[in-house]
Design a protein around this ligand. Structure first.
Ligand SMILES: NC(=O)c1ccc[n+]([C@@H]2O[C@H](COP(=O)([O-])OP(=O)(O)OC[C@H]3O[C@@H](n4cnc5c(N)ncnc54)[C@H](O)[C@@H]3O)[C@@H](O)[C@H]2O)c1
Length: 415
């Protein structure tokens, strides 16, 4: 049992990593303190160093320099981009650190398995940031389904409404538009969803099929007159994807506009869209990830589930429908539970919560910190081992989409 705050090193202090450093400072400083940071971008690195008053010898430009030191912290937060998860995660586990790993675990199944193996070797307490499982409404829905109130679950349908502007920001212009430098869409965005679906049942996913493509955000779909950049585009004033609208005239200190520059003056954001990635025309970004995809799953006990990810919605939210033998439960922000025999319907209001992902980020961090203090890995719902189990479904679904066939989950098992 830890009596003093756990010491933590932050690896990758961008949007997520810096956010966690701030979260710990403001909400959990009784449980943890940040003692080191590794981040190549000067301004972002300096922010975390200043927030935690870190001495120069605890501030690094690269995770490799941090792990080359003797062990600096009890635990690490790895919040680098997707392709740079396995390296720092395994190196830190091998040094005996506990691990908070941003999702996805990694971009290949072999890397995910290597992370899980390193965690086993180190007997580390780990969590993968599947914040959806910790979101208040989704957690309540899971409790209802798990309680048996709607009977045995037969079918489940989940829609991830990415929203047209979020699709354009993250998965066309942003870090996750190109699978060759990040990962495929289902992994980047929807590993949360397949993880959540798998968490609602004790049945194991047995097989999957999937369809989807990049249909809209392609050069041949560009409207006549669209230029390569919004700042030089004749049709920019009428275009709903205008970078001037989304990154200069929007609230520049709020996500998503906040991402495009460290300096939030109007001039700095205008400069960022003049020569940076967020000013590119959404039909001329060289992106390759799908803008819509559907997955069908069959589980070991006969339960079936469907999942749809679509970049063409107004709101960025999820809709979930779970149908059991005795009733049904629907999530649409609030929850509706209907009982077949009595005809009763209960509407449960889910109050909005402060913090990232509807409070899910804070709750997940708190569970991990409590687990570290109690030295009890069972307090975490989303260890690397559990995440590996559900990442296998994601890899299987993408294989099914690419190979246009049903993929058995046993194909994804080692040996
Ligand atoms: N859990 C969620 O719901 C959720 C939401 C958004 C993003 N993410 C994931 O979080 C991760 C980070 O995303 P982000 O939005 O913060 O991206 P980001 O680009 O803002 O942050 C990544 C940071 O890693 C830094 N970095 C690059 N190379 C490094 C190195 N060698 N050593 C140390 N740091 C290095 C970059 O400079 C950058 O600041 C990604 O894997 C992303 O998929 C998860």
């Amino acid at each position: 049992m830890h009596q003093t705050p756990v010491s933590i090193a932050v690896i990758g202090a961008g949007g997520r990593g810096r956010g966690f450093a701030e979260m710990i400072k403001h909400s959990f400083s009784h449980l943890a303190r940040v003692v080191a940071v590794a981040e190549p971008r000067d301004a972002y690195r300096r922010d975390v160093a200043a927030l935690w008053q870190l001495p120069d010898e605890r501030v690094f430009c690269d995770w490799r320099a941090l792990v080359a030191q003797p062990k600096l912290a009890d635990a690490v937060i790895v919040a680098t981009l997707d392709r740079e998860h396995a390296g720092p995660a395994i190196a830190c586990l091998d040094k005996g650190c506990h691990l908070f790993l941003e999702k996805p675990m990694a971009v290949t199944l072999a890397e995910c398995e290597a992370i899980a193996a390193a965690a086993t070797r180190a007997k580390a307490i780990t969590t993968v940031c599947h914040s959806l499982r910790y979101h208040k409404g989704k957690r309540l829905l899971a409790d209802i389904v798990r309680s048996g109130r709607i009977g045995r679950v037969m079918t489940l349908d989940q829609i991830e409404q990415v929203a047209w502007w979020h699709q354009a920001h993250s998965f066309v212009r942003g870090n996750w538009g190109d699978s060759r430098t990040s990962t495929f869409m289902l992994m980047a965005k929807s590993c949360h969803d397949l993880d959540y679906i798998a968490s609602l049942t004790d049945e194991e996913c047995a097989r999957v099929s999937s369809f989807g493509s990049l249909t809209h955000f392609r050069p041949e779909q560009a409207p006549a007159g669209a230029a390569a950049r919004c700042v030089a585009c004749a049709i920019e004033p009428e275009c709903k994807y205008s970078a001037i609208r989304h990154y200069v005239n929007a609230n520049r200190e709020h996500w998503p506009a906040v991402v495009c520059s460290h300096d939030h003056s109007r001039e700095a954001h205008y400069r960022a869209i003049t020569d940076g990635p967020y000013g590119r025309c959404v039909w001329h970004c060289g992106n390759d990830v799908v803008d819509h995809q559907v997955v069908a799953m069959e589980f070991s006990g006969g339960m079936t589930a469907t999942f749809t990810m679509t970049g063409f919605t107004q709101h960025n939210s999820r809709m979930i429908r779970v149908n059991g033998t005795e009733g049904e439960a629907l999530f649409d922000g609030d929850i509706t539970v209907r009982d077949f025999a009595s005809g009763n319907e209960e509407r449960i209001h889910v109050a909005a919560e402060h913090g990232g992902h509807g409070g899910g980020d804070e709750r997940l961090m708190l569970d991990w910190l409590r687990a570290l203090h109690a030295n009890d890995a069972s307090l975490v719902r989303t260890s690397v081992h559990e995440s590996l189990r559900t990442h296998r479904i994601v890899f299987a679904a993408e294989k099914a989409r690419q190979e246009r066939r049903v993929v058995e989950l046993r194909e994804m098992m080692p040996g």
